[in-house]
Design a protein around this ligand. Structure first.
Ligand SMILES: NC(=O)c1ccc[n+]([C@@H]2O[C@H](COP(=O)([O-])OP(=O)(O)OC[C@H]3O[C@@H](n4cnc5c(N)ncnc54)[C@H](O)[C@@H]3O)[C@@H](O)[C@H]2O)c1
Length: 290
């Protein structure tokens, strides 16, 4: 158990799966009291129970982050459970694969509500509590899609651009209150969301392999890789850092060319890297991983 988040209570949306789950597990191991927020109650309850059985402090609060009353309640409940609130990590998100002219207004609204409006709502209802602390933290999950576009995901890309800029705006307006707000921007990360996306293709493993050819390191990121970046932004290791982003992408955005990289050698795509232990998902092949 670490101590970097001792005395912190953290509200984490999307905590029943993928990155949010990784954040909840890592933050609890670093001493935080964690409130797991999600619509997936069975999964969220089980993860919170597992964290508690390992000696951590965790509760699950069922909440649809699209709805103001629900978000407000989840924040209030977190404060009741743990006696305060120092941090938010906004991980809840969805992706839609459709060309813009195929999107219904309801599709657009749903994605924007989950990916962007939820951040507005969580900060709106947490700010009075956050301000009571000399220091407080908000981490939002953007994407490499905060910087570049991807095929057939117009609402998603628009939402991730918005997440990055919203993070900067929050950083500016609440700096004087001791709040720091930053954005973690992941590349291809092995989560249920990615798997669901790959499963829509005829050969999911082949699709992943072909996508990884674009990645200089040749591996998908793990939820724990992303959680470690969120941890950095949620403690004084990042003192002085606000309104910025940290891209965790295995080199994806650094590569303008990948099919014909010239003399540059990319890592061969490495598959089957995921294993789940008590501490969550982690990569099993890279010796430097901890
Ligand atoms: N996986 C990737 O490759 C990748 C890359 C870049 C960015 N991201 C972003 O990372 C974040 C986490 O994604 P993930 O890959 O861990 O996905 P995931 O699907 O594994 O987890 C997302 C979680 O959000 C929850 N959620 C969805 N709608 C909700 C709602 N209305 N209210 C409450 N909870 C809700 C889901 O139930 C789920 O538990 C998302 O914002 C996603 O856009 C993912």
């Amino acid at each position: 158990m670490g101590t970097r988040l001792q005395h912190q209570t953290v509200w984490i949306s999307g905590a029943a799966s993928g990155m949010g789950e990784g954040v909840a597990r890592l933050f609890a191991r670093e001493g935080a009291s964690v409130a797991l927020i999600d619509v997936q109650a069975a999964k969220g309850l089980a993860i919170a129970e597992e964290i508690r059985s390992e000696g951590g402090r965790a509760v699950f609060i069922e909440c649809d982050v699209r709805h103001e009353a629900s978000v407000r309640f989840s924040i209030a409940q977190t404060v009741v459970e743990f006696g305060g609130l120092q941090s938010l990590v906004n991980c809840a998100g969805i992706v839609q694969v459709k060309l813009l002219h195929e999107l219904e207004v309801a599709d657009w609204d749903r994605l924007m509500d989950i990916n962007v409006k939820s951040i507005f709502l969580s900060i709106k209802h947490a700010i009075a509590h956050l301000k009571k602390n000399p220091r407080s933290y908000v981490v939002n999950i953007g994407s490499i899609g905060s910087f570049i576009s991807q095929s057939s995901t117009p609402a998603y890309i628009a939402s991730k651009g918005a997440v990055l800029m919203l993070s900067k705006s929050i950083a500016l307006d609440y700096a004087a209150d001791g709040l720091r707000c930053n954005c973690v921007c992941p590349g291809i990360t092995d989560t249920p969301m990615l798997r669901e996306h790959l499963n829509m293709t005829p050969d999911p493993e082949a699709t992943l392999k072909s996508r990884l050819r674009r990645v200089p390191m040749g591996v998908p990121l793990t939820p724990n890789d992303i959680a470690k970046a969120a941890l950095y932004f949620s403690c004084e290791d990042s003192a002085g850092v606000t309104g910025t982003s940290l891209v965790i992408d295995g080199g994806y955005l650094a590569a303008a060319e990948w099919e014909h990289p010239g003399a540059t050698r990319f890592m061969e795509p490495q598959m089957g890297l995921r294993e789940k232990g008590g501490s969550g998902y982690s990569r099993i092949t890279l010796p430097t991983d901890s």
